[in-house]
Design a binder for this molecule. Structure first.
Ligand code: HEC
Ligand code: HEC
Ligand code: HEC
Ligand code: HEC
Ligand code: HEC
Length: 444
């Protein structure tokens, strides 16, 4: 046997063991960044804030509380999909750091980490653990409490609690909505939850006129009672405007271009407390994938016949554009996806033929984490699908449907999530009759 072959024979088992291990090892899909590696320290809480529960804030800020209660942030812990997924994935402590970020929301204190990747925390029982606060998930204090103070953007209120002024409200969001994946064994194009990187890449790659106008509105206009009116409009072409540091830390100057708050917290004029001064405030709504109306806002859809004289068959075209979201659609967890369905229908509404497409991010998880394909919708880039109707097929109608999926049915089954609310729903539905003369379509 040649020496080269002997070396190969010796190496192969090693490689097999290595790959085998890659297939069974715990799959830590993201990097535990210092940004969220430690629970928020609440030891200096002033007495006026009580036990820091949302209900304590509600005693004065009732309307904000009522809004927050309707959101997924308030369910970030109790959300049955989160709970099932978390338990399926060995109930790791790491997940608590964003879904319940305050120290008192966690049954254990984090004393340190055994490993460099920070997936193996050294834990100790937490005598201050408050199970009720834990159930509030991303509660008021998760965003508003820092070092004994309440952070806010107004800075000139008459608050009974200490207040620290934030330069830009989007700074709040990036603590949890950036999850990096920059590690030797991961080959992500975008980090695992890539919302921020998607916005940056869109702004960098497509210097669209509409983006420039939009950036001026984000950075130049006075909004939410903040002092942003004094700022210079942003130069999107400047590298400093659109980069994230290697650690994932985003600085105040560039969180402004992200616009999270502008789109996810609509403006409202109202007092902060009953009988208080009326101010520009932001509604605490954060609608996203759980809300069909919000997803519809992201999309501009057109389904029409294309004129094709001198052709036997007819052609219909669906054009789908993300005009409403600065990030990709869908964004966030790679669970989310859209499906497009084009159908030929018979007299009874039966399906004669159907074409289906997925708009999703496909990640290979094992043995290495690699972004395989990404067909999601960057902002402003139209996506077209065609449906040909043969002359003699017996079809009387064509139909287009777009559905949003929170997660795939296969994943739901695999982790044993018994959903009580639908995991997918229609965001667009239109039928066009084929007979000449019938113009009006039955639209949703
Ligand atoms: C005892 C009543 C009271 C409680 C309890 C209270 N607040 Fe306030 N808060 C106020 C008042 C009053 C203001 C100022 C209103 C004004 O001047 O318009 C204020 C202002 C604020 C502001 C605006 C600060 C700024 O500069 O932007 C935020 C944010 C805020 N509170 C959040 C909270 C949160 C979160 C909690 C619970 C952890 C809380 N508050 C508990 C009364 C209260
Ligand atoms: C403390 C961590 C944390 C912070 C800070 C935070 N979020 Fe979230 N956010 C979450 C988690 C966790 C979820 C998912 C909860 C779930 O579905 O179980 C979420 C979900 C969302 C959703 C999705 C709603 C849906 O229907 O799926 C939107 C939109 C959102 N956040 C926007 C924001 C914005 C805007 C900010 C900044 C003002 C922000 N978040 C700050 C943790 C955070
Ligand atoms: C996901 C993060 C997040 C959570 C959770 C959250 N807030 Fe806020 N809140 C913000 C941001 C960001 C602003 C600043 C909005 C702006 O630009 O004016 C804000 C502003 C405020 C203000 C000042 C008025 C305004 O709109 O600027 C009050 C009062 C307030 N929040 C109270 C609460 C209370 C009470 C709760 C819990 C019931 C809560 N917030 C939960 C992010 C959050
Ligand atoms: C120009 C408006 C706009 C801006 C800016 C924007 N979003 Fe969105 N976002 C939307 C719309 C519309 C949707 C609904 C479509 C969808 O779910 O993809 C959405 C959806 C989401 C979701 C839901 C994803 C899910 O899994 O359900 C999250 C999370 C989110 N945005 C976070 C953010 C964060 C964080 C920022 C800032 C870094 C941000 N968005 C900036 C408009 C915007
Ligand atoms: C860095 C903060 C962070 C950490 C750590 C984190 N999450 Fe999340 N998680 C989020 C945010 C933000 C969202 C919502 C945005 C989105 O849709 O991507 C979310 C959404 C989810 C959802 C979707 C829930 C829904 O509403 O459909 C599941 C499930 C989930 N996380 C599970 C986990 C598990 C399990 C872990 C631990 C392995 C974990 N998360 C760790 C921030 C985090």
């Amino acid at each position: 046997m040649k020496p080269r072959n002997i070396i190969l024979l010796l190496l192969l088992p090693g490689l097999a063991v290595f790959l085998g291990w890659r297939f069974v090892r715990p799959m830590n899909i993201f990097v535990v960044d210092d940004r969220f590696a430690w629970p928020v320290d609440t030891t200096q809480t002033p007495a006026v804030l009580g036990r820091l529960r949302a209900t304590d804030c509600a005693a004065c800020h009732q309307s904000f509380y009522e809004e927050w209660r309707t959101t997924i942030h308030s369910q970030a812990w109790t959300d049955p999909y989160f709970q099932t997924d978390w338990q399926f994935d060995d109930a790791q402590h790491i997940c608590r750091l964003c879904h319940t970020p305050l120290d008192r929301q966690q049954p254990h204190k984090v004393l340190g980490y055994r490993d460099r990747d920070k997936w193996d925390p050294i834990l100790e029982d937490n005598p201050d653990f408050d199970p009720e606060l834990q159930h509030e998930g991303v509660t008021c204090a998760a965003c508003h409490y820092r070092d004994g103070k309440i952070v806010g953007v107004l800075g000139d209120t008459d608050a009974p609690h200490p207040v620290k002024k934030l330069e830009d409200p989007n700074q709040v969001c990036v603590r949890c909505h950036i999850v990096g994946g920059d590690r030797w064994d991961t080959f992500f194009r975008f980090p695992p939850c890539g919302t921020v990187a998607e916005i940056e890449s869109t702004l960098a790659a497509v210097p669209d006129k509409r983006d420039l106008e939009y950036l001026v509105t984000l950075t130049g206009k006075k909004g939410a009672g903040s002092d942003s009116g004094a700022d210079e409009p942003f130069d999107v072409t400047g590298p400093e405007a659109i980069t994230v540091g290697k650690s994932g830390e985003v600085t105040a100057s560039n969180t402004r271009v992200l616009g999270c708050v502008q789109c996810h917290m609509p403006l409202a004029r109202r007092p902060l407390v009953e009988g208080g001064v009326v101010r520009d405030t932001r509604q605490h709504l954060w609608r996203g994938g759980h809300d069909p109306e919000m997803v519809k806002k992201a999309l501009t859809v057109e389904f029409v016949e294309i004129e094709r004289p001198e052709q036997e068959s007819r052609m219909f075209q669906l054009t789908l554009t993300n005009t409403g979201a600065a990030h990709y659609v869908p964004t966030g967890t790679p669970d989310r996806y859209l499906t497009v369905h084009l159908r030929l229908l018979d007299e009874q509404g039966g399906v004669l033929d159907e074409q289906s497409y997925s708009i999703k991010r496909t990640v290979l998880w094992r043995p290495f984490i690699i972004d395989l394909r990404d067909t999601r919708l960057p902002r402003w880039q139209p996506r077209r699908y065609e449906l040909e109707v043969p002359g003699d097929g017996g079809a009387v109608k064509v139909e287009a449907e777009i559905r949003y999926h929170l997660l795939a049915e296969s994943r739901r089954k695999r982790i044993g999530y018994e959903n009580r609310t639908p995991i997918n729903y229609a965001v667009f539905h239109k039928q066009i009759p084929l007979q000449a003369g019938i113009e009006e379509a039955a639209n949703e």
